[in-house]
Design a protein around this ligand. Structure first.
Ligand code: FAD
Length: 455
């Protein structure tokens, strides 16, 4: 017999429960990826993610070929493509991983109905990208945790399964047609410094990370210039590495670095369980603060300056330029730039979240929208009105100013932490051409925000 294995956000061969189950029960499998037109139609196929995805698909195909198989790629509507491939292959069932996003739930329901009409079964396995699946733990009387600390305690006590090895051999029937897997070449608008995608690269990075840098993570993860985080987020987003395996291997390594790192993986699951229970939080305030965000030409000009990394606040500008150049931004940069947009400029967090989604290789709804809400004070943060001061944040998390000089060449001639205050007279004449003055004065911006929130 033959089964189809539908790959979605789990573009890997290691730790893949649907593939494992299908290979155990059938002589042949059809590993299938559908380039889903609904993702493009929803405006979610940003160039950086499309390019990263192409790398992932090429690598998955190569990995399958080394095992005697290949990846089958189709484009169009998922339901139509899966049913067509299942019919061509004479497959008796389709295996896939559970996914709890609103869209994925609808996709699963439609697929089940369509397959049942063909007398085929849909088998859904462990959740696609979490250590602890959404809904597996919940406080009494509620669908989800809204307090991270409580969730983290419960999450840490949860037993998790052992990661699975990659299969040794995969047999794919010859007569199933496939499109050529896409390449990132020719994809317009890709950030020049975008990391290469794929399971091979993800695993290489994971192994290198666990061997050394992880141990220093607790002390260095907020140091912008040290760049001492794992950078695994896009690989986790596409499932090129499995969150279960990452957590398992980090825990096996142990120590304070591993503990702090695994805690960040818990944040991922926290946002996923929250969005699974409250899908509207991707767009609507989770907790309204009755904000009447700025709009109009002046606000639009501020947003453009923010996007371009030309606000005149060096740390904000450095981080926004890193985002444009790499399709990735350090977490501390994300916190500072998001606070700057939502609180200092007092512009709707959705405007900033949309821009991040257009550029981030790791951009996803739970992590992006709910982190934005957390920073904007409309989410789960217990200090919703805290405003991050970009100068103080710079002095604290980029104490020598190296991060700013790396990304803002106009300021390369300014030594040390003075780079965080380029408007000071002693610094002004060492600044290269064209670095703008601040677009807003911080005390006034703070007063505006506090008045708007009624503080
Ligand atoms: P590490 O520090 O090595 O952490 C390991 C992993 O833990 C990350 O790869 C990530 O999967 C997870 N993680 C770390 N911090 C968080 C967090 N705060 N919330 C959820 N998961 C976390 N992360 C995304 O994956 N996609 C996004 O679209 C995204 N948007 C964000 C928007 C804003 C405004 C903010 C403040 C944060 C956002 N984050 C997002 C979270 C975080 O910034 C990134 O996950 C992290 O910077 C990725 O780098 P890393 O892999 O080196 O992280």
């Amino acid at each position: 017999t033959t089964a189809v294995v539908l790959f979605t956000a789990d573009l890997r061969l290691h730790d893949h429960p649907p593939l494992r189950a299908a290979l155990r029960a059938h002589e042949a499998v059809v590993p299938l990826f559908v380039r889903d037109e609904a993702v493009t139609a929803a405006g979610f196929a940003a160039p950086n993610r499309t390019a990263f995805l192409a790398d992932c698909l090429r690598d998955l195909d190569a990995g399958l070929r080394r095992r005697g198989g290949r990846l089958v790629v189709r484009s169009g509507r998922v339901t139509d493509a899966v049913c067509a491939v299942a019919a061509e292959a004479g497959a008796v069932e389709v295996h896939m991983a559970a996914d709890h996003s609103g869209y994925a739930q609808r996709r699963e329901d439609r697929l089940r109905t369509a397959l049942e009409a063909q007398r085929r079964a849909l088998r859904v396995h462990d959740a696609v990208g979490t250590v602890v699946p959404p809904g597996a733990v919940a406080p009494q009387g509620s669908s989800h945790y809204a307090v991270f600390g409580a969730y983290h305690r419960r999450w840490s006590a949860e037993r998790t399964r052992e990661p699975l090895a990659a299969p040794r051999a995969v047999t794919v029937p010859d007569d199933v047609r496939s499109e050529e897997p896409p390449t990132r070449r020719g994809e317009a608008g890709v950030s020049p410094g975008l990391a290469p995608g794929g399971e091979t690269e993800g695993r290489r990075r994971l192994t290198a990370w666990l061997r050394g840098p992880l141990d220093a993570y607790a002390g260095l993860h907020d140091d912008l210039a040290a760049d001492a985080t794992s950078r695994l987020s896009p690989y986790l987003h596409f499932g090129a590495v499995s969150a279960t395996e990452v957590a398992h291997r980090a825990r096996a390594r142990g120590g304070p670095g591993a503990e702090a790192f695994v805690r960040q993986l818990c944040w991922r699951d926290f946002h996923r369980q929250l969005l699974a229970a409250r899908p509207a939080a991707a767009h609507d305030d989770y907790r309204t603060r009755h904000d009447r965000w700025r709009s109009g030409p002046a606000a639009a000009a501020d947003v453009e300056a923010w996007k371009d990394g030309r606000t005149g606040y060096p740390l904000v500008d450095a981080a926004m330029r890193q985002l444009a150049h790499e399709g990735w931004m350090h977490n501390r940069g994300r916190l500072v730039t998001a606070s700057f947009l939502a609180k200092t400029l007092y512009v709707d967090w959705r405007v900033g979240a949309r821009h991040f989604l257009e550029l981030l290789a790791d951009g996803d709804l739970p992590n992006n929208q709910l982190n934005w809400q957390w920073v904007a004070g409309t989410g789960t943060d217990t200090r919703p009105n805290r405003v991050l001061n970009p100068v103080l944040q710079g002095r604290r998390y980029d104490p020598r100013g190296d991060y700013v000089r790396r990304w803002v060449p106009e300021l390369a001639g300014v030594g040390g932490p003075a780079v965080h205050e380029p408007w000071r007279p002693a610094v002004r004449d060492r600044i290269g051409d064209g670095y703008p003055p601040p677009i807003v004065a911080l005390p006034e911006a703070l007063a505006r925000f506090r008045a708007a929130r009624g503080l």
